[in-house]
Design a protein around this ligand. Structure first.
Ligand code: NAP
Length: 331
């Protein structure tokens, strides 16, 4: 079957560091036929990098081009709605980077557009495809922890001015609530929802420690999920002295700890088992493979616009709960 003729819109960090390495593993599935960036040096450099393909500076030109069958959109989040709408109107399949939109209103409009279209739309939420969380899912389904009752997730990072992500003006002058808490936190919400069900109620606190990286850089979120699992998500992007990504899941037969890519199960009898996946590429290739199977083989995508909207709505509801300092019902 012919590879999908892919147009890439936005030639920044995600395109260069995350999507292109994944696409290189999928040469039979995708051929990049055109790229777009509104500033020429980035467009030109990326076009050369991906095989000397044509580049344009206006996304409308790429979207209208018959050489392009599907688009991958990696732009400042505030452009997601208008570019996706234009791409669907032009009859292109869409892979759109997370978070889905700047707010739930635009997110719902995007969902309506995709529901009215026969084109494939997916949110590039790579955490849904990360091997480490697939392994966790399998272990939970095998009941290795017995009945799961709680989870705690600590994400402690220090984002400073020299961090490449902090050098993208749209992240610092963000047009969506929550700054890094939303842009990065949707990843954690996607995993929590996938493993434990929708969040039904929660309480949260937020604050800003370093205003140079956006309006908010800390969120502590206490919640309950549809499966009645009690959870806590601590996001801290101005951490000092500690760099940690640790998820602890507790059940009646033992506990499971995920520290970066390493999973450790400790059972009630003192047994310990560790799994490390050194090949976890972040799930980017699997995400593209899902997009391919949906377009060429009519399969449903795992990371639909609906899931992207629910992830966004959840993190924004947590931020809303933090503002009001009260418990709110989520769904
Ligand atoms: P970025 O480096 O700023 O890339 C965005 C690119 O879009 C820049 O090259 C920018 O050019 C270009 N651009 C801006 N306005 C444009 C327009 N109207 N038309 C065409 N090009 C335009 O940001 P990023 O880090 O790649 O993030 C892009 C998206 O990917 C965001 O949704 C982000 O949340 C997501 N992302 C996801 C992950 C993940 O792990 N899944 C990781 C990183 C980013 P200039 O810089 O010249 O203005």
């Amino acid at each position: 079957m012919a590879p999908i003729r892919l147009g890439i819109i936005g030639c920044g960090i995600a395109a260069n560091k995350l999507h292109w390495p994944a696409l290189q593993k999928l040469k039979e599935q995708f051929e990049v036929t055109m790229v777009c960036n509104h500033t020429e040096p980035k467009a030109k450099t990326f076009a050369q990098r991906v095989g000397d393909v044509p580049y344009v500076l206006q996304y409308e030109q790429l979207i209208e081009d018959p050489k392009v069958e599907a688009v991958s959109i990696m732009l400042p989040v505030e452009l997601n709605y208008q570019v996706t709408k234009a791409a669907l109107k032009a009859g292109k399949h869409v892979m759109l980077e997370k978070p889905l939109a700047v707010d739930t209103g635009q997110g719902k409009s995007l969902l309506d557009l995709t529901n009215a279209s026969d084109k494939i739309c997916m949110v590039a939420e790579n955490f849904r495809y990360r091997p480490v969380y697939q392994t966790v899912r399998q272990l939970l389904e095998e009941k290795r922890l017995g009945r799961v009752y709680s989870m705690q997730w600590n994400v402690f990072n220090k984002i400073t001015a020299d961090n490449p992500y902090a050098n993208t003006s749209w992240r610092i002058n963000h047009k969506y609530e929550g700054g890094f808490v939303t842009d990065a936190g949707v990843h954690n919400i996607a995993v929590i929802r996938d493993l434990f069900g929708d969040i039904t109620q929660g309480f949260a606190q937020s604050q800003s420690v370093n205003p140079k990286i956006g309006a908010i850089d800390q969120l502590q979120f206490l919640f309950k999920t549809h499966q009645n699992i009690h959870g806590q998500l601590n996001l801290n992007y101005s951490s000092t002295g500690c760099n940690e990504n640790r998820l602890l899941i507790s059940g009646s037969a033992g506990s499971l700890e995920i520290h970066h890519n390493r999973i450790t199960i400790s059972d009630n009898k003192g047994g310990k088992q560790t799994f490390t996946d050194d090949h976890d590429d972040g799930g980017y290739a699997a995400q593209y493979f899902d997009f391919y199977n949906a377009i060429r083989h009519d399969q449903p995508v795992k990371s639909s616009f609906y899931e992207g909207l629910m992830d966004l709505q959840t993190i924004l509801s947590a931020l809303q709960a933090a503002k009001g300092g009260r418990v709110i019902a989520f769904h």
